[in-house]
Design a protein around this ligand. Sequence first.
Ligand code: AMP
Ligand code: MG
Length: 636
Amino acid sequence: MERKEFRELTSVEDARELVDNIRVQPGITVLPIEKAAGHIIAEDILSGLDVPAFNRSVKDGYAVRAKDTYQASEPEPINLKVTGSIPAGCEDSFFVDDGEAIEISTGAPIPDGADAVVMVESTKQTDDSLFVYQPVHINENIMRAGNDIMKGERILRKNTRIGSREIGVLASVGMDKVPVKELVVGIISTGSELIRPGEKLGISKIYDANSYAIAAGIEECGGNPLIYGIVHDDEKLMEETLDRAITECDIVLTSGSTSAGAGDIMYMIIEEKGETLTHGIAIKPGKPVVIGMINNVPTIGLPGNPTSALSIFNEFVAPIIHNSLGVKPSFKTKMTATMGTGIRSGGREELFPVGVVRGRVYPADKTSGAITTLSDADGIIEIRAHTEYIEPGSEVEVTMFGNVRSPDLMLVGGQCPGIDLLEEMTGLMFRTLNTGSSAGFTAISSGTADIACVNMVDADGNYNSSVLKRMNLEDVVLVKGYRREQGLIFKPDNHVYGLEDILKLQIINRNRGSGTRALLDREIGLLAEAKGVSKSEIIKSLKGYNSGSKTHRSVCDAVKSGKADVGFGLRAAAEEAGLEFIPVAEDEFDFVIRKDLMEISEIKDFLEVLRSEDFAKRLPQGISTHETTGSIISSF
Ligand code: AMP
Ligand code: MG
């Protein structure tokens, strides 16, 4: 096979037109109604019976002849004789004559002779004597047979997506099975580096995210995913699996191996076995996509990168599935939102992953290659070619990834178990980006964050407000958080007695920009001073100083697994991990909040919980509140 260069890239518009013309004929299968949710109804469903099947009462009360009640009024009730009682489900027959009434329950059959039901609230019964205080007209409080659904009536239309409502309708006409469309979409994930989730991750391996994300996407569209699993980058294996999938599926998707790099051969295999309709679409992420046809089976090679694969799936595969099934996407996939910050683009048509928080859009991590992009993004926006910048405040349309709930508050900065507790206690959904305090300050100044979570110490040992001053931040307040014990974390058998001991051990440090790392730096400075040596010399000799764990928990993991002898972090984290802890310092963990948000309910709830006694009580060991916790300590 001959490797080929990317030819002219297909424009997004042309690619859309191309997929709009691809349709496959789905099969039909009959499913029990318990399993039918999410599938597409294959033919019109007609009712085989009347619903209700008999005249029934819609109220608790008395079955009567309406004309007997016409003279009834509040001051002058009329009097009827009660001759019996009919509960729901009753199969006995009854008759109501002039001057008579029969007690009746909601859902019970109307007795012969009666033509109305008086609500129990309009009556008073003593023994078999009934006073009626309000007249009823003929048919009042009666649902006639077939009133809800008539026999032969179409109750569900072909091509409807089955949800709870549809299942209810089917069950209420007595159907326990339903014919649905069956469109089998196969997924083959290629890559010798892939490992099935749940199995042990070896060196230089990554978990296969695409098989499962794409399968869920297929289900959301109403299709039937068929996962072929992982296929290594081996031409023969790839060909064999593809051959099998082509005979078994209506549509085949592959992921990975579509670029023009060494070892990327999927596009060549598709080309050889069938016809390539396009290779390479002028968008980002996900340029290397192949759309082909093998034996009349649409075969689409998705890029390997999970964000790209999902974007391309949503953009170019979902329409094929929808069109083939004859459905429109049912859930609200698009929403209009406002740019929270500006986005710079390369001037090329781009599908840009974004997060959406309370209708505000901000860019998700731009480096396509990180799985965090996928987990932090709620959807994508389409940036047109030649657009170089989208202004903050401008309106954009976001195509959501499936039916996602977007978070209520965006917190950026330092990581802390206290934040998890705040999320639990407020009942809000947070998006927390653990980027460290420095990035928290940056995010609040650029307007990306609603709240920056910060624990940044300066050379004089002051926390947070000095940084805000130095950064000239405006229109924000600093809200007091709590103090946390920070110190050395190690396994019980490691002999650590104080900060000085880290000089001879392998350490695990936090990421640059983390407040905890800055605190360790400061403590090392103090130690250097006490010893009369230079701080930089100590740092240079520290083994592992340049490491950069992103969370307290991952520091503990490194210590537990023996990758490092000692780490620096929270007592709370050490205790949770069952590790030893020696306190070195206390830090101040505070919250910077945008002033314009102080009145929104989400922030009010956040502050209310932060100030509460219950929150103070539930904080883990080594974290404690102040008198001022939850109040504004400075305003900028
Ligand atoms: P490829 O298109 O094969 O060059 O893959 C592009 C990137 O996506 C590489 O970093 C792959 O390791 C990664 N990747 C490929 N397939 C998957 C998958 N199924 N799940 C997660 N990552 C993948
Ligand atoms: Mg690959």
